[in-house]
Write a protein that binds this ligand. Structure first.
Ligand SMILES: Nc1ncnc2c1ncn2[C@@H]1O[C@H](COP(=O)(O)OP(=O)(O)O)[C@@H](O)[C@H]1O
Ligand SMILES: CC(=O)N[C@@H](CCC(=O)OP(=O)(O)O)C(=O)O
Length: 259
C-alpha cells in the first residue's frame, strides 16, 4: 500500500502571536489528514523576553545572533512556552501531538556554525535527522511538533532557523515518504514588491530566484526561507509552497517553488 503524502508544515513566530490567525491555523492543521509534522518559530516572543531580562537581540540576514544568554531564552521560550502550548492546543483538537526539540529522540543533530565573517554564537547547522525515530511516531498516528532547537552529539543545545529545521526534516523524510513542505508566514507568498502585499509571485524557479536575489527583492527572513525551500526541492521534496495562515485550506493565492 502506498503511504499518504507526509505534510511538513512550518509556522512562523509572527503568526503564532496573532491569536485569531493562530487559532484558525491550528483548526486547519488539526483537520489535516495524518501523517503530518509541525515546526514552529517564535522570533518576536524570544526577542521580547530577552529584552525584559535586559538582553539585546541582534539579527543578521534573518538569523539570530545567539549568545549564551539568548540560547537560554530561546530554550525557555521556543522549547517551553510556545512548544507546549501548541501541543496542548492540538490535544484539545483531538490530535495526539508530541512536543520536541532536536535533543529528543536525537531527532535533529547539528554542529555549531563555524565563525566566518559573522559569529552567530550558539547557532546550529543540521547534520542529521533521525528519520527512523520520527517515522516511528508517525506510524503510531502521533504528530511531532518541533521547536527550532537542535542539539550537538556532545549535548549542546543550539538555536536553529525554523525554516532550516523544516527543510532538513522534509529532506530526510522524503527517502521514505512523498513529502509536501508548507511554509506559513505573515504574507500571502513571496512578493514582487515587498511593500505591496498583493504582489504575490505564484511560481518561482531557480532562475527567478537568482533574479530576485540580484535585485534585492528578498531580504531578512525571506532569505533563509527561500534558500531552504530550494535546498528541499533539490533533495527529494515533492512539493513546496509558501503562504499565509489560510494556506492549509488551499485555494488562496500563494507561492509555489518549481523546477
Ligand atoms: N519579497 C518578499 N516577499 C515576502 N516577504 C519578504 C520579502 N522580502 C522580505 N520579506 C520579509 O520576510 C518575512 C518572512 O520571514 P520571517 O519573518 O523569518 O518569517 P517567519 O514568520 O516564518 O519567521 C516577511 O514577513 C517579510 O517581512
Ligand atoms: C538561528 C535563528 O535565527 N533561529 C531562529 C529560530 C526561530 C525561528 O526561525 O522563528 P521564525 O520562524 O519566527 O523566524 C530565531 O531565533 O529567530
Amino acid at each position: 500500500m502506498t503511504r499518504p503524502t507526509l505534510k511538513i508544515v512550518k509556522i512562523g513566530g509572527k503568526l503564532i502571536e496573532d491569536e485569531t490567525k493562530f487559532t484558525e491555523f491550528l483548526d486547519d492543521f488539526a483537520a489535516l489528514e495524518s501523517p503530518k509534522i509541525l515546526i514552529h518559530g517564535g522570533g518576536n516572543l524570544a526577542t521580547e523576553m530577552a529584552s525584559k531580562l535586559g538582553y539585546k537581540t541582534q539579527m543578521h540576514e534573518g538569523r539570530r545572533i545567539t549568545d549564551v544568554n539568548s540560547v537560554k531564552v530561546i530554550t525557555m521560550v521556543y522549547g517551553g512556552l510556545i512548544n507546549k502550548n501548541i501541543v496542548a492546543k492540538l490535544q484539545a483538537r483531538e490530535n495526539n501531538a508530541i512536543g520536541m526539540c532536536g535533543a529528543d529522540g536525537a531527532s535533529i543533530i547539528s554542529t555549531k556554525r563555524p565563525v566566518k565573517e559573522v559569529d552567530f554564537g550558539f547557532v546550529g547547522d543540521v547534520e542529521k535527522v533521525n528519520s527512523g525515530f520520527i517515522g516511528s511516531l508517525l506510524e503510531q498516528q502521533i504528530t511531532p511538533v518541533f521547536s527550532a532547537i537542535s542539539c550537538t552529539k556532545e549535548g549542546m543545545l543550539l538555536n536553529t532557523n525554523g525554516d532550516s529545521v523544516a527543510a532538513e526534516i522534509a529532506k530526510a523524510m522524503s527517502v521514505e515518504y512523498k513529502t509536501k513542505l508548507i511554509f506559513c508566514f505573515e504574507k500571502k507568498g513571496v512578493l514582487a514588491n515587498p511593500k505591496d502585499d498583493l504582489s504575490v509571485i505564484e511560481n518561482i524557479d531557480g532562475e527567478k530566484y537568482k533574479t530576485l536575489l540580484a535585485e534585492k527583492v528578498i531580504s531578512d527572513g525571506m532569505l533563509p526561507k527561500l534558500h531552504n525551500a530550494f535546498e528541499a526541492l533539490e533533495n527529494g521534496v515533492s512539493e513546496i509552497i509558501l503562504g499565509d495562515f489560510k494556506l492549509l485550506k488551499g485555494g488562496s493565492i500563494h507561492t509555489k517553488i518549481v523546477n
